[in-house]
Design a protein around this ligand. Sequence first.
Ligand SMILES: Cc1cc2nc3c(=O)[nH]c(=O)nc-3n(C[C@H](O)[C@H](O)[C@H](O)COP(=O)(O)OP(=O)(O)OC[C@H]3O[C@@H](n4cnc5c(N)ncnc54)[C@H](O)[C@@H]3O)c2cc1C
Length: 432
Amino acid sequence: MPHDLFTEDFKEQPFWWDRTPRPEFEPGSLPSRADLAIIGSGYTGLSAAIEATRGGLDTLVLDAEAAGWGCSARNGGQISTSLKPSFGDLARRYGAGRALSILMEGHRALDWLASFVEAEGIDCDFQRCGRFLGAHTLAWFDRLRRDLENEHRELRTDSFPVTRDEQHGEIGSDYYYGGIVSPHHASVDPARLHMGLLDLAIRSGGKIATNCAVSGLERLSDGFRVSTAQGDVTAKRVILATSGYSGRLSPWHRRRIIPIGSYMLATQPLPDRLIGELNPKGRVNSDTRKLVVYYRTCPRRQRVLFGGRVSIKEPSARATAPALHDEMVRIYPQLADVRISHAWMGFVGYTFDKLPHLGERDGLYHSMGYCGSGVSLACYCGMRIAQQVLGLPEGRTPLDTTRFETRPYYFGKPWFLAPSVRYYRWADRRGR
Ligand SMILES: Cc1cc2nc3c(=O)[nH]c(=O)nc-3n(C[C@H](O)[C@H](O)[C@H](O)COP(=O)(O)OP(=O)(O)OC[C@H]3O[C@@H](n4cnc5c(N)ncnc54)[C@H](O)[C@@H]3O)c2cc1C
């Protein structure tokens, strides 16, 4: 590892915020009433706000921080078609038909987002770039190939295997034993996407209150009292859109969401020739290890953006950047002397069954738990939950038919993650 790992102008903040700083709003007075209050101003909250205001509801979005401060303006911008559980896992639980309809939602979410971005003219560098998923052992390559052969025909992923001999056409690395290319996966500038949604939500008539943490939710006979330090709002309906940042506000939801730290870095600008060698087709990448890594080049193709789960909850991205740099160099030894210009982290919301959950409980609506794949899913599910609030039949989705589970002795602090991570590390080293 180079001694001077960080550039002189290193920033501990998302690379995306250089081009798209977090918006600031003049402090204004909170309305005392709203038809709908949405807690959380990420993709879920804003997508719900757009749909609800267009459906005629007087809508207020509240966020404890700046707009999009959570995961939505700090993620990797990689968009997959897949939900985390396999067809086999879901078929065992729900039967083949339901398993297929649940998995199809992953495809629908990406297709819906692609059409929405185009129809609304959101300038966010959306590209169908495809993903290369590297196999970290030969056994994993064989398994990926087998899974592909047995893939359900209706999923139509069009994925294809790439052998180790061919892989330099996809990635400038010898780390993998081949992999799978999924051509429909996409990439986006996540902060531009967020800004586009924010703009649409406001233009549709939605109101937004930032730096306005909701400290209490009290049920009334015809809605909720939403308490904040800036005053109370009476809302007929409330949507909880807090995902990995779900705190004490609703203990029921907190018991069902597992916050897991995800860490990213951006390299200093790199020569075109090197970028062309590392990522010849401009794909997004990840691999088969249990301890997830994900990486890509930025939209202008000057830098590598590299992410992974190098810690569970360390809040300092600077402290975790050396471990992330080591991971990057394991895959791309060409980057051993390259310095880091930005490092940042955020908390993704996981669930016990690895599926997102949306629905209503005692009048309180929620959409959360995208398990690290929220760019398309949060936008899509946010739109669907608002349709449910509006009472529209199209708001129903196969995702809202599954039980939102918790586990005994889990109250929001994931004590079981440290031993799981140790096991994953051990399993990854042995190629399990
Ligand atoms: C580093 C990183 C990389 C990622 N990479 C990818 C990727 O490449 N592809 C992908 O698909 N997904 C990725 N994700 C996940 C994805 O970004 C999220 O799933 C998605 O943005 C969730 O959106 P959301 O609107 O539900 O929640 P968030 O965007 O997290 O928003 C939740 C908001 O709720 C607010 N809030 C919480 N409590 C309160 C309260 N009491 N009062 C008011 N406001 C409150 C928070 O301030 C926060 O702004 C990544 C996440 C991280 C952290």
